[in-house]
Design a protein around this ligand. Sequence first.
Ligand code: HEC
Length: 89
Amino acid sequence: MRNIILFLVATGFTASAIAVDIKNGDTLHADNCTRCHDTSVYTRANKRVKTLPKLGTQVRMCKDNLGITWFDDEVEDVTGFLNTNYYHF
Ligand code: HEC
């Protein structure tokens, strides 16, 4: 039992399961998402994403194009990061 708790704490499982982790989203985004476009696509006048659910869909599409595997909560972290800093839905 003690080992299981240590494992959960060590992997950050307890924190990320409870709330969107904007800081983690920032890190994931910086590491994976600035190769094809910079952050100006999120704020340009004719931006395509107009709702929060669409933002989640777009994050998934770009992630799938990259061929990277993220858990749902990692997609939510990045979506939360983009919404907090750029989209403000
Ligand atoms: C393989 C290249 C590529 C990578 C890597 C990539 N994207 Fe994209 N992304 C695109 C293209 C192409 C568009 C569409 C740009 C356009 O419409 O002019 C786009 C658009 C977007 C938009 C919509 C912008 C708008 O108009 O509102 C979001 C949000 C986005 N990407 C998020 C991400 C995230 C998050 C990641 C990291 C997982 C990522 N992108 C990585 C190619 C990429």
